[in-house]
Ligand binder design. Structure first.
Ligand SMILES: Nc1ncnc2c1ncn2[C@@H]1O[C@H](COP(=O)(O)OP(=O)(O)OP(=O)(O)O)[C@@H](O)[C@H]1O
Ligand SMILES: [Mg+2]
Length: 295
């Protein structure tokens, strides 16, 4: 008997029942995750994925149990930035999807792991994307995590919306921007988006802020504006700092070895300090990694 014949899927009763079951399944599956950080920006190309892989790496090196979920359907770059191109997320013994794990213990799920070919274009409408996000929240076997970072595509579309609506518990946003006026306009949108969704903002980062010369170690800054800082102040949001344009950030991302792995490197230090600050800022977080917290 089809759903329509049986009356299932029609009217609010069975649909609501199904929704309740789905929510319960997601809740149970994510019960081991203590904090969720959603990395977003109103604008493309400002460094969300760079931020996500480096913050996640820095937190993992700090001894936290960390996961990274890349929900960029149209341009998943996380596999490249973590040297995981060609890897697939397989089904584990419990029939759940097993994340790919980096050498430094970061658990990763990217939509890129499910594409047959890296160059395949994904042509999906909103409801299909929402369906996949739901499935990932229900079926990825994250186990115990101190932090799950979620790398969003640019804008305030279906993906961040679904994530914010569907993930329960302690969650907050990190907003990434660049110093140009156009990026600032986009960041205002991100802030109002988070506010309208009741999502706390842990802070705003200004990426690609000035150019750090690898030879003289000086920063030249043709834009020279403190607009992001001013905006953060005006909106009463913590300003997390500036990250300069640095060739090593590009090459490390292209090589799949995040710069955060080099903790003595200037950029590595910046990401480490930012990660430490963010870690302590999660609402409701007592600041002790899951394993160290146990008696
Ligand atoms: N501080 C930086 N210095 C130099 N290059 C950077 C810096 N931050 C990011 N990049 C480079 O800029 C490019 C875009 O960065 P990234 O992919 O992280 O942006 P994104 O916001 O995730 O983009 P999208 O909106 O397409 O998802 C990458 O090649 C990355 O290496
Ligand atoms: Mg990205």
């Amino acid at each position: 008997m089809s759903n329509e014949q049986s009356g299932q899927g029609k009217g609010s009763g069975p649909d609501l029942f199904k929704k309740g079951e789905e929510i319960q399944a997601m809740r149970e599956n994510m019960a081991g995750i203590r904090n969720v950080m959603i990395i977003l920006s109103g604008k493309g190309g400002v460094g969300k994925s760079t931020m996500s892989v480096n913050l996640a790496t820095a937190l993992a090196l700090e001894g936290y149990k960390v996961g990274l979920l890349d929900i960029d359907f149209h341009g998943p770059t996380v596999p490249t930035m973590l040297g995981l191109v060609g890897q697939s997320a397989l089904q584990g013994e419990n029939e759940k999807i097993r994340p790919v794990v980096t050498e430094w213990g970061l658990k990763v799920i990217s939509l890129g792991f499910f594409l047959r070919n890296q160059d395949d274009a994904v042509i999906w409408r909103g409801p299909m994307k929402t369906g996949v996000i739901k499935q990932l929240l229900r079926e990825v076997d994250w186990g115990e995590l101190d932090y799950l970072l979620i790398d969003c595509p640019p804008g305030t579309g279906d993906e961040p919306l679904s994530i914010i609506q569907m993930v329960e518990g302690e969650k907050a946003a990190v907003v990434v921007t660049a110093p140009q006026e156009v990026s600032l306009a986009a960041v205002r949108k991100s802030v109002s988006f988070c506010r309208s969704m009741d999502l706390p903002i842990l802070g705003i980062v200004e990426n690609m802020s000035g150019y750090l010369c690898p030879y003289c170690e000086k920063i030249s800054d043709p834009v020279k504006k403190n607009s992001t800082e001013e905006l953060a102040k005006k909106e009463n949001i913590p300003f997390l700092g500036k990250i300069p344009i640095l060739m090593d950030i590009i090459s490390s991302g292209d090589k799949g070895q995040p710069i955060a792995l080099q903790q003595e490197h200037r950029a590595g230090t910046i990401f480490l300090e930012m990660a430490r600050e963010l870690a302590g800022r999660m609402p409701g977080w007592e600041g002790v990694p899951a394993d160290k917290g146990k008696a």
